[in-house]
Design a protein around this ligand. Structure first.
Ligand SMILES: [Zn+2]
Length: 320
């Protein structure tokens, strides 16, 4: 019979700094371990202060794991950027730095580098089997899993893609080399790591939370860490978008200033050359038509109606 007290829960804090009023600034840390040895999984959330959905997913998962963890250890930093969270901003409000452009960090570096160094070293110490960094994309966006592939050894990309497939989400490969993210630096240490984009930022959408929990549960199940019969989650889209890694693209960008009128929504499948948005001037005259550059899927659309030369309009997962 399952012993409901078998798992040891530890919620605590890691000290970051002191406030000017001598208050303590701390990094919340969650840990749950089964008495049975097994893999170590890390979940990290709210790297960007306006992306709070991942934090809630972590809270829900830990509630389920109290009685549901069969083996191994799950660790989490549910709120890595409390400074940004408190000001509803992506960056660390004190230094205006992007925490996910500061890894692996330096303990005598900038504020973000000190915080990222602490996070990075605490994760490395535990020798994790997998790290899932939970993010939220544009306000109007669909969920997807992002794989670092540029600059990463092929074997490790394949190993990481195995985990990406198990999430049940569409897989998107980053096309730009960014060497300062958490996932890139973990991969450079040989640790599989994925970025999960779990729908909209700023708010908590219960549907996205449920889906995020299902994605994590797929992974826990694959690692043999939970013992529950369930239908694995799979994002509902034609197989052609699931059986391959799609290529991330923010192109085309707008060329003119005006008001964006979207002709498509996140999740729509588009064909190369298809009209996807129009730019209108102040009198309502159409001054630009934006067309898809490739066959693919729309991952998200811009939060703002404002267009200007070089403005991002949509993000795509392209079939190349
Ligand atoms: Zn983010």
């Amino acid at each position: 019979m399952a012993n409901v007290n078998a798992n040891i829960n530890n919620y605590s804090f890691k000290q970051i700094s002191s406030g000017s009023d001598l208050s303590k600034r701390r990094l919340p840390y969650m840990n749950i371990q089964s008495k049975n040895p097994g893999p170590v999984l890390w979940l990290t959330g709210c790297m960007h202060g306006d992306e709070i959905g991942g934090t809630v997913v972590i809270q829900e998962i830990f509630t389920k794991l109290k009685t549901g963890l069969k083996k191994g250890v799950v660790n989490a930093f549910p709120l890595m950027n409390p400074f940004g969270f408190e000001t509803t901003s992506r960056n660390i409000s004190l230094s205006q730095e992007d925490l996910n452009r500061s890894f692996p960090g330096k303990n005598n570096g900038t504020f973000a580098e000190r915080l990222s160094s602490m996070i990075f070293n605490l994760i490395l110490e535990t020798k994790p089997a997998l790290v899932l960094d939970l993010h939220n994309d544009w306000t109007k966006s669909i969920p997807y899993v992002l794989l670092d592939s540029v600059g990463i050894e092929k074997n490790l990309v394949e190993k990481t893609d195995y985990f990406a497939q198990k999430t049940g989400l569409i897989r998107i490969s980053d096309t730009e080399l960014i060497t300062t993210t958490l996932t890139y630096n973990l991969l450079k240490q040989g640790i599989p790591a994925l970025t999960l984009e779990l729908g909209e930022s700023y708010t908590v959408n219960e549907k996205s939370i449920e889906m995020g929990c299902n994605v994590i549960w797929n992974t826990l199940n694959d690692l043999g860490m939970v013992d529950e019969h369930f239908n694995p989650f799979r994002y509902n889209i034609p197989e052609i978008y699931m059986d391959r890694i799609l290529s991330y693209s923010p192109y085309p960008l707008a060329s003119l200033s005006g008001i964006i009128r979207f002709l498509n929504q996140p999740g729509d499948l588009v064909k190369k050359g298809q009209r996807i948005a129009q730019i209108h001037n102040a009198f309502g005259k159409r001054i630009e038509t934006i067309k898809a550059l490739e066959n693919g899927i729309i991952l998200g659309i811009a939060d703002y109606a404002l267009s200007y030369p070089g403005a991002p309009i949509m993000a795509f997962g392209n079939i190349l």
